[in-house]
Ligand binder design. Structure first.
Ligand SMILES: NC(=O)c1ccc[n+]([C@@H]2O[C@H](COP(=O)([O-])OP(=O)(O)OC[C@H]3O[C@@H](n4cnc5c(N)ncnc54)[C@H](OP(=O)(O)O)[C@@H]3O)[C@@H](O)[C@H]2O)c1
Length: 266
């Protein structure tokens, strides 16, 4: 299937690692020119190099989206070689803090990194999409926004905010040719998730091969119908679809990629 992304330019925030890296690689493989972003120039360049080695075009934008200045610098770098048609707001951070440890300042800084960072990029890049009459904004949300756990309440709440703002943006973009949607991952096996599962496995009695540990952790921690954690490429596939011409009639929607972790029918 040709997603018809050739000629489109995409900025994927937080694409120096994890889900963002997989999204940037897939959009590039599908023909888009990709701007790889992170705070570490070395890590972002390494991803861009790998994309270029595969024959696609990639540039790098470096900056901390938690500040207005950092976000401006990222937008300037992304726009230096042409317009941005596709914005994937993926950058974000999470931890395992409890209610007791998540003090008000942690709530505020998490909201800034996980929500306002995306707002900064939307405010800077969506007006150009609107003027050109074509654009795609994809927000990475998460099932914990809808079905939170006791831990990391400050993070769970930011996921809910991401879903909410993406739908408000879809309504704002009525009749513009620009869509706004959400991909909502379940627990996805990135490096930090694998490290965490490995660390807590003994205390939970999860043992054996990695496959056995993963199956036990997925069953107890994030019960789902597939019996494992998701893979970054599975998130990337949903994002690429939403960025394609095939998804032109989808706006304000959520695609859950969670193996059935969220039990709701709608
Ligand atoms: N993995 C999951 O199970 C899962 C599930 C649901 C939702 N999500 C969401 O998916 C997104 C990616 O998560 P991940 O698991 O792939 O995490 P990850 O491997 O830790 O990658 C996070 C990315 O975000 C960037 N980043 C973090 N804070 C930033 C900041 N202040 N300014 C600019 N860039 C920043 C990092 O760049 P640096 O190189 O600068 O550190 C990195 O590229 C997050 O928003 C997360 O909430 C993940």
């Amino acid at each position: 299937m040709d997603l018809m992304l050739t000629g489109r330019r995409a900025l994927v925030t937080g694409s120096s690692a994890g889900l963002g890296e997989a999204i940037a690689r897939l959009l590039a493989a599908e023909g888009a020119t990709v701007v790889v972003h992170g705070r570490s120039a070395d890590r972002a360049e390494a991803v861009a190099d790998a994309i270029r080695a595969g024959g696609a075009t990639a540039t790098v934008a470096v900056g901390d989206l938690a500040t207005d200045e950092g976000a401006e610098a990222v937008a300037d770098a992304a726009l230096a070689d042409g317009p941005v048609d596709i914005l994937v707001n993926n950058a974000g951070a999470y931890d395992q803090l409890s209610w007791a440890d998540a003090v008000p300042d942690v709530w505020a800084s998490t909201y800034n990194v996980n929500v306002i960072s995306a707002v900064r990029m939307i405010r800077r890049l969506v007006p150009g999409m609107r003027e050109r009459g074509w654009g795609r904004v994809v927000q990475i949300g998460g099932g914990l926004g809808l079905q939170p756990m006791a831990v990391q309440p400050h993070y769970n709440a930011t996921l809910a905010a991401r879903h909410n703002l993406a739908v408000a943006l879809a309504r704002e973009l009525t009749d513009t040719g620009v869509t706004s949607n959400i991909v909502s991952p379940g627990a996805i096996l990135v490096e930090s998730v694998r490290a965490l599962v490995t660390e807590i496995a003994p205390a939970h009695g999860w043992s054996g091969s990695w496959e056995q540990i993963e199956h036990a952790a997925a069953s107890e921690w994030v019960p789902n119908d597939v019996g494992r954690f998701g893979r970054p490429d599975e998130i990337a596939g949903a994002v690429a679809y939403l960025c394609s011409e095939y998804a032109a009639y989808i706006s304000g929607a959520t695609i859950r990629v969670d193996g059935g972790t969220i039990r709701s029918a709608f």
